[in-house]
Ligand binder design. Structure first.
Ligand code: ADP
Ligand code: ASP
Ligand code: MG
Length: 595
C-alpha cells in the first residue's frame, strides 16, 4: 500500500483542538487507503520554553543534557496525537526516535542521521496502525538521545518518507505554503505554486525558516515529493519537486538571516594549505561557516572573510584565533549586528543584469553592501542589521515578486536580459541516488573545471552604496554573463570586487568598464585572462562543514593555491591557476570517488 507521511509543526499541534484536527487529517488519509506515518513537533513554543528553563539554571548546559531535555517536547506531542487518533476510532502507536531506530552521529544538538530502520514501522503499518513518530530526535550508537537542530522535524519527516518510499510527504504548517519571502515580514509576499529542490535548498539554507534545509537534501537525494501545506485549511500549498523546463522566474524568493557575525583574517599568507588549515579547524569544531569570501591576493597576502551565526561567534573566534597564530595571520577582526539578504532563482543562470539590479535596488534605498557572494542560482549580500527589513522589502518589490505575474518593474539602468549559457554551466546535479552511503552523508556529485573563464578585479572602490551597481550595470549593458562575484570587506574606506566572465567576453568587459574607471579616480583594474574555475556540485555543501575541509586539504596536498572562493548550498566554486586545472580535477575527483 502506498505510504503517506504527514508532518505537523509546533503551531499545528499547539492545543487539544489543533491536535484533534491534525489527527483527523491522518485518519482521513488512512481511510482513503494509505499507510500513514505522522511526524510531530513539540507543541507551540515548547522547545523555546525548555531552552529558557535550562538557561535559568546554567548558561552553558551540556549538549547531551540539552538533548535529553528538548526531546521531551516531541514525546509529549506524539502521545497526545496517538490518543486523538484513538478517539477518532483508528489504531495508532506513538514512537520516540529511538523506538523508530533513527540512528544519528554523536553531535548533540545538531546530530546528523546515519540510518533509519523501517522494520518496526512497517510491521505496525501492516497491522493497521497509524504510526506517530517523534520528530527532531534520534539516538547515537551508545543510545544517547540526540536532536537534529532547530526545525529538525522536517528532516525526520522527509527522511522517513525516503526510507519508506512514500508517495508523498506533506508538511503541515501555519502558512499557506512557501512564499516569495517571509510573509510575516513582507505582507505583499506571494505563495509559490512549485519550487525546485535546488531553489528551496538555497532559500532554506539562506534563512527561509519554513523548511529545515537538511530536509530538502533528503527530498532531493531520494526524489521525495514534498508539499508544504496549511494545517488550518484545505489550501493546496507548494510543491517542492525537480526543476521543470517551463519558463522560470528570474528570482523565485528572497531569504534573510538577521543575526550574522563577520570574521576577517587579515594578511593571510597567499600560499597552498592556508585555507585547508582554517577549514579543518572550523570543521573540527562543527561550526558551519557561511559566505566565505577570499578575494584575489595583493602583495602576497590575502584577506579571508566569512560569516557565522551570531551565537556561534565566541566558539568560532576561539578556533580561528588559535589557527591564526599558527598561520602567522596579521590580525583577526570581527563585526556583529549584520544581516544577510539573498535572492534565489534558476533564471539567474540564463539572464544577465540580475546582480546589477539587486545592487541598484539596494543603492536606491541607501543601503551599503559589505560583502557579496554568488552562486549560479543565488546572490547574497551582507548589510547592517538595522537595514535588514528595508532591504528585504525593497528587493522583494524591486524584482516584482509582489505582482501576480512577477513582471519586472522598470528600475532604470539595470536591465535584465537573456544570455546564452555554456552547456557546462547549465548541467546540474544528476543521478545522485546511486552513490548514497550514510543517509545524511555529504554528497558531492560532480567536480568540473572550466578553463574558458577570465577574472577581473576592480580595487580602490569607494565604500558607498551604488558602486557595485555601477560596476555590474556597465557589464550587464553589454550582455556579459558575470559569474562568481566576490566583494570582500572594505579596508581603509576602499572596497574591491572580483568576478569572472567568459574568456571571450573579457576584452569587451574591459571596454565596458572603462567609463566607470575614468569616472572614479583611484580605482584600478587588474585581470587574468586565463583562470580555471573549479566547481564542486552536490547537496548540503555549505552546512556540512566537512566538504570544505576535504576540498582544501586535497588542493593543499597538490600545492594548489586558492585564489578566489564562493560557497553555496549546492555548489562550491574555486578559482585556481589554469596550469593546475588537470591536477586539481583529478585529485578532487578521486577524493570524492567520482572516477
Ligand atoms: P512549523 O512549526 O510548522 O515547523 P515554522 O515556524 O518552522 O513552522 O515555519 C513556518 C514559518 O516560516 C512561517 O510562519 C513564516 O513566518 C516563516 N517563513 C520564513 N520564510 C518563509 C517563506 N519564504 N515562505 C513561507 N514561510 C516562511
Ligand atoms: N521542536 C523543534 C524546534 O522547535 C523541532 C521542530 O519544530 O521541527 O526546533
Ligand atoms: Mg519548522
Amino acid at each position: 500500500m502506498s505510504v503517506i507521511v504527514q508532518k505537523f509543526g509546533g503551531t499545528s499541534v499547539a492545543n487539544a483542538e489543533k491536535i484533534r484536527h491534525a489527527a483527523s487529517r491522518a485518519v482521513e488519509a488512512k481511510r482513503r487507503g494509505h499507510d500513514v506515518v505522522v511526524v510531530v513537533s513539540a507543541r507551540g513554543h515548547k522547545t523555546d520554553e525548555l531552552i529558557e528553563l535550562a538557561h535559568g539554571i546554567t548558561q552553558t548546559p551540556r549538549p547531551r543534557e540539552m538533548d535529553m531535555l528538548l526531546s521531551t517536547g516531541e514525546q509529549e506531542s506524539v502521545a497526545l496525537m496517538a490518543m486523538a487518533v484513538h478517539e477518532l476510532g483508528e489504531e495508532a502507536i506513538s514512537l520516540t526516535g529511538a523506538q523508530i531506530g533513527v540512528l544519528t552521529d554523536t553531535t548533540h544538538t545538531k546530530a546528523r542521521i546515519v540510518s533509519i530502520s523501517t522494520e518496526r514501522m512497517r510491521e505496525l503499518l501492516a497491522a493497521g496502525n497509524i504510526v506517530i513518530a517523534a520528530g527532531f530526535q534520534g539516538v547515537d550508537s551508545s543510545m544517547n538521545i540526540t536532536t537534529l537542530g532547530r526545525g529538525g522535524s522536517d528532516t525526520t519527516a522527509t527522511a522517513l518518507a525516503a526510507v519508506l518510499d512514500a508517495e508523498l510527504c506533506e508538511i503541515y504548517t501555519d502558512v499557506e505554503g512557501v512564499f516569495t519571502t517571509d510573509p510575516r515580514l513582507v505582507s505583499s509576499a506571494r505563495k509559490v505554486e512549485r519550487i525546485s529542490y535546488d531553489e528551496m535548498l538555497e532559500l532554506a539554507s539562506l534563512g527561509a525558516g519554513v523548511m529545515h534545509s537538511r530536509s530538502i537534501e533528503f527530498a532531493k537525494k531520494f526524489s521525495v515529493q514534498l508539499r508544504v501545506r496549511p494545517s488550518y485549511s484545505d489550501g493546496p500549498g507548494t510543491l517542492i519537486a525537480p526543476e521543470t523546463d517551463e519558463a522560470n522566474s528570474i528570482v523565485t524568493g528572497v531569504a534573510f538571516v538577521r543575526n550574522e557575525a563577520l570574521i576577517t583574517l587579515v594578511g593571510l599568507p597567499d600560499q597552498p594549505g592556508v585555507m585547508s588549515s582554517l577549514f579543518t579547524a572550523l570543521s573540527g569544531a562543527r561550526i558551519p561557516v557561511d559566505m566565505v569570501v577570499q578575494n584575489v591576493a595583493r602583495e602576497g597576502f590575502a584577506n579571508v572573510s566569512f560569516t557565522v551565526a551570531e551565537d556561534e561567534l565566541p566558539a568560532a573566534l576561539r578556533v580561528v584565533t588559535s589557527a591564526a597564530e599558527l598561520l602567522k595571520v596579521q590580525s583577526v577582526q570581527h563585526t556583529t549586528e549584520l544581516s544577510k539578504v539573498s535572492i534565489v532563482g534558476h533564471g539567474m543562470q540564463t539572464h544577465t543584469g540580475v546582480a546589477a539590479r539587486m545592487f541598484q535596488i539596494l543603492a536606491d534605498s541607501g543601503i551599503n553592501i559589505r560583502v557579496v557572494t554568488t552562486s549560479e542560482i543565488k546572490i547574497s549580500v551582507l548589510i547592517d542589521r538595522t537595514r535588514c527589513s528595508d532591504a528585504v522589502e525593497a528587493v522583494h518589490s524591486g524584482f516584482g515578486l509582489h505582482l501576480p505575474d512577477r513582471t519586472l518593474p522598470d528600475v532604470g539602468q539595470a536591465a535584465i536580459r537573456p544570455a546564452s549559457v555554456h552547456a557546462a554551466e547549465a548541467e546540474v546535479v544528476a543521478d545522485i541516488v546511486s552513490r548514497l552511503e550514510g543517509m545524511e552523508s555529504i554528497l558531492v556529485s560532480d567536480v568540473s573545471a572550466d578553463t574558458q573563464q577570465s577574472r577581473i578585479t576592480v580595487t580602490g572602490l569607494p565604500d558607498d552604496p551604488g558602486v557595485a551597481r555601477d560596476v555590474f550595470a556597465a557589464i550587464g549593458e553589454g550582455g556579459v554573463l558575470v559569474d562568481m562575484i566576490i566583494q570582500n570587506v572594505a579596508r581603509d574606506g576602499r572596497a574591491s570586487i572580483s568576478f569572472t566572465v567568459p574568456g571571450n567576453d573579457l576584452d569587451r568587459s574591459l571596454q565596458l568598464l572603462q567609463p566607470f574607471l575614468d569616472a572614479h579616480a583611484g580605482t584600478t583594474l587588474t585581470f587574468d585572462r586565463h583562470i580555471c574555475k573549479l566547481t564542486i556540485a552536490g547537496i548540503g555543501l555549505r552546512s556540512h562543514t566537512d566538504v570544505g575541509r576535504r576540498v582544501f586539504r586535497t588542493l593543499a596536498e597538490q600545492q594548489i593555491n586558492v585564489e578566489m572562493l564562493n560557497t553555496s548550498e549546492i555548489k562550491l566554486s574555486i578559482v585556481i591557476a589554469v596550469a593546475q586545472a588537470d591536477r586539481a580535477l583529478q585529485s578532487l575527483r578521486s577524493e570524492f570517488g567520482l572516477n
